[in-house]
Ligand binder design. Structure first.
Ligand code: FES
Length: 288
């Protein structure tokens, strides 16, 4: 237990955490359970490394007490602790409106890699309220969807409408464009598939140029040279275009990439994805 605490404390010191995160981690508020709680919510899973159980005492529509038990990193403890502080004294309507972004703001921010801890807090709260409201909860969710608050990226509370606006008003065409404009997808990445589906729906496919085979090769080479290779070089890797046969693109990985255990993933998730986004959805990247 002592080793675990020291471990987590070191991580808190190593990451760029705010003073509030450190304070809530070192002296968490409202730790424990509530006997005869009126609502209990859970989120996360031990297999994923973080788990939170939230207990609420509710009197006359007001949360009079909130406690938590958590197993997770320092920021999970801090997010759970600050959430209970935020909840005590709030009406259920006010509590329902607390977003994970507000939990993070209350801690003076969390690093993007740790935003999922605030999402876990929001999810446990949602679970507790769902259990409390029971069947009325689906009506609440339907109403929120109708009002356009369908959240796609929970880490940054980005709604479907905000993503559609980024596409229609800011000319976003790729997942990276959406991330730059809205921050969606910059933390846990669980929203990536949903964002891509929205892109498919709203980005007109015909906007991709119709290229003849020579133009296609030139474009693939330009993208590899100007976008993909510079990214790989940041980690001392490199890439070279070897050949293009129809939609099959043959490349050679160099430097660190040539010996990297994740080379296949890099080819699929970065090189191929980028070429699909910018040149042709049918492209398959293979190592020469
Ligand atoms: S849901 Fe975590 S980054 Fe979008």
């Amino acid at each position: 237990m002592y080793n675990f605490f020291i471990n987590e404390l070191c991580k808190v010191i190593m990451w760029e955490y705010s003073e509030k995160v450190k304070e809530h981690f070192k002296n968490p508020k409202n730790v424990g359970s509530i006997e005869n709680a009126d609502a209990i919510g859970e989120a996360g899973a031990l297999s994923c490394g973080d788990k939170l159980k939230l207990y609420l005492k509710i009197e006359n529509n007001i949360i009079t007490d909130a406690k938590f038990q958590t197993f997770g990193c320092g920021s999970a403890v801090a997010a759970s602790s600050v959430l209970t502080v935020m909840l005590i004294g709030k009406t259920l309507e006010e509590a329902k409106k607390i977003t994970n972004k507000q939990i993070a703001q209350e801690l003076d921010g969390l690093p993007p890699e740790k935003m999922h801890c605030s999402v876990m807090g929001r999810e446990a709260l949602e679970d507790a309220l769902r259990n409390y409201y029971q069947e009325d909860w689906s009506e609440i969710e339907d109403k929120e969807k109708e009002e356009g608050t369908n959240i796609i990226c929970h880490c940054f509370s980005v709604t479907e409408q905000e993503i559609i606006n980024a596409i229609l008003n800011n000319n976003a065409k790729t997942f990276d464009d959406i991330s730059k404009i809205t921050s969606a997808g910059l933390a846990c990445g669980r929203c990536k598939e949903n964002i891509k589906n929205i892109l498919k729906k709203y980005v007109k496919q015909e906007e991709k140029e119709q290229l003849n085979p020579v133009q296609k090769i030139i474009k693939i080479n330009t993208i590899i040279e100007t976008i993909i290779a510079p990214e790989l070089r940041k980690d001392f890797g490199d890439i070279e275009l070897v050949n293009v046969e129809g939609n099959n693109v043959f490349v050679k990985l160099k430097g660190h990439c040539s010996t990297c255990a994740n080379a296949k993933l890099t080819l699929k998730n970065f090189v191929e994805t980028k070429l699909k986004e910018l040149v042709d959805d049918e492209i398959i990247v293979k190592e020469d």
